[in-house]
Design a protein around this ligand. Structure first.
Ligand code: UN1
Length: 505
């Protein structure tokens, strides 16, 4: 049954819409999962106003009680895990096992932050003067605008929304329209967990309307922090806009994540890692493998094994046990088709390219290729550092392979695209692993594991074209959603002057 999804401001559904669009199942395009009613820019500003009005009372709620609300969210997510995972698979075509993993990620995030409700530690600090004590406190930033992509419609929003709420902030969330049905189920769980009306608002809108709405809200002083996950292009625009209002957003953007495979690597392990991070989720993770950078002495062997593994991998119907299913929606498929042009003739292309159809079939395909947005997995050998394909994210099932002679060259190649999210090295030599971690400009480094699949309590984020250095998850995200306040408390009974009354030897 198709549902209708509307924005929610202060607990009320917003009936006025500028457009109603169907959200379809990318594995079966004729199947409408729901209809999303998109709002105009003023609704975003209104939602920010509702968040502003609700914030003082929420901030005054003791943090352990806010933690209890997060515990309720975790419990309800657990109880609804199968239903939510099924919706994720239906609406964005993520294979069911991965969809379950994605719901697990919000459960883990809730688990972590429940405890933080009883910590949110500040510090006591010695003063340079007698009879005086210094303290630090974490204060909520206020209202937070969260704008997220739909490739991780449950896990990624949770990285912002769960800690933002725990820290005493209120939220306006703009999810992707193509994953609106999942977002609505996500919102309902929060609403049934004891999050008061106005504390968590949701606005469905297209890109330009969101931008205008955000600008109006920032202008009116209704947004104190922006969290954005999406493309580097849009991230730059959000960064510029926030900068004009003296704000530093959290930006979690694209990646062209390298995997270095050294001459001493366990090649079977490396192939497994490359297969999962290159083609799992159809290459639609910000952490997906971009280029495998392989030592020339093992290159041919790796390429041969990798090619065979990809040819044997099951793809197709995401309700089945497949490595990957369709692309997220028509817009992503069109973008991916454009990037297929980067596969220049001088490359060695392993496997068919383009859409899987009856004329361009795929061995062992599960389901009906004509029904959905299914694309062949492609390995492109001999990519060079000045190729578009080497330099830019494809957000689809394409992995480039390049060779190197020594580790410094491999590190330089890994840094060349200028992203800096995730990275990986397969090696049995610990020295190489440490040298790689030291040289690669990436927020995340895996040793003998894939570029994707970060755990939910480590800092997540990137440098360069991948973001502005902000980090999600774990205790590190608290610095995004709280501001430090320092206090000095003088009980000397006289005016003590810092620097002036302090004799230094
Ligand atoms: C994303 O694609 O924006 O580390 C996030 C991973 C996942 C999150 C990906 N836990 O691959």
């Amino acid at each position: 049954m198709a549902v209708e999804v509307l924005s929610v401001v202060a607990g009320d559904r917003v009936a006025e819409t500028v457009r109603r669009t169907p959200s379809t199942n990318p594995a079966r395009l004729s199947e409408v999962v729901g209809t999303v009613g998109s709002a105009g820019p003023e609704v975003f500003a209104r939602a920010a106003g509702a968040a502003r009005a609700a914030q003082p009372a929420w901030a005054a709620t003791p943090a352990p009680q806010r933690g209890q609300v997060i515990a309720n969210v975790g419990r309800l997510m657990t109880a609804n895990k199968e239903r939510l995972a099924g919706l994720v698979t239906r609406e964005i075509g993520k294979p069911i096992a991965e969809a379950r993993g994605e719901v697990q990620e919000i459960i883990d995030t809730c688990d972590f932050f429940v405890g933080e409700g009883r910590r949110l530690y500040g510090q006591t600090v010695p003063s340079e003067m007698p009879d005086k004590q210094l303290f630090t406190f974490r204060r909520p930033v206020g209202t937070v605008a969260v704008i997220t992509a739909g490739n991780f419609p449950v896990a990624v929003p949770s990285w912002y929304i769960v800690p933002a709420l725990l820290c005493g902030n209120t939220v306006v969330w703009k999810p992707a329209e193509y994953s609106a049905v999942v977002s609505d189920a996500f919102y309902e769980i929060f609403a049934h967990s004891g999050v008061p009306a106005g504390v968590f608002n949701v606005v469905y809108a297209d890109g330009p309307d969101t931008f205008t709405g955000l600008e109006q809200a920032l202008q009116a002083g209704l947004v104190d922090k922006v969290g954005f996950t999406g493309s580097s292009e849009v991230g730059i625009r959000i960064g510029e806009l926030c900068g004009r209002h003296l704000q530093t957003p959290c930006l979690e953007l694209g990646g062209k994540n390298p995997m270095v495979i050294t001459e001493d690597a366990d090649l079977d392990l490396a192939v497994e890692g490359a297969l999962f991070s290159g083609f799992g989720t159809a290459g639609q993770r910000c952490t997906s493998l971009g280029t495998a950078i392989v030592h020339r002495s093992v290159h041919d062997e790796f390429l041969d094994r990798f090619g065979r593994a990809v040819a044997d991998a099951a793809m197709g119907d995401p309700t089945e046990d497949v490595l990957f299913g369709p692309l997220l929606d028509e817009k992503f498929a069109a973008g991916f088709e454009k990037s297929l042009r980067w596969i220049e003739p001088h490359h060695r292309v392993i496997g068919a390219t383009g859409r899987v159809t009856a004329d361009n079939p795929r061995k062992g395909f599960v389901g009906d290729p004509a029904a959905g947005l299914f694309y062949h997995p492609v390995i492109v050998a001999a990519v060079r550092p000045d190729d578009e394909l080497f330099l830019n994210e494809t957000f689809g099932p394409v992995v480039g392979v390049a060779t190197y002679r020594d580790l410094d060259e491999a590190i330089a190649l890994g840094n060349t695209p200028g992203y800096g999210l995730s990275s990986s090295i397969y090696t049995t030599d610990p020295d190489k692993a440490f040298r790689f971690a030291q040289g690669i400009s990436a927020g995340m480094v895996s040793v003998n594991n894939s570029t994707s699949g970060a755990e939910a309590h480590l800092p997540f984020g990137g440098n360069g074209r991948s973001g502005n250095g902000s980090r999600q998850s774990g205790v590190w995200v608290l610095d995004q959603f709280t501001r430090w306040q320092s206090m000095n408390w003088d009980y000397s009974g006289r005016l003590q002057k810092a620097q002036l009354d302090t004799a230094t030897v």
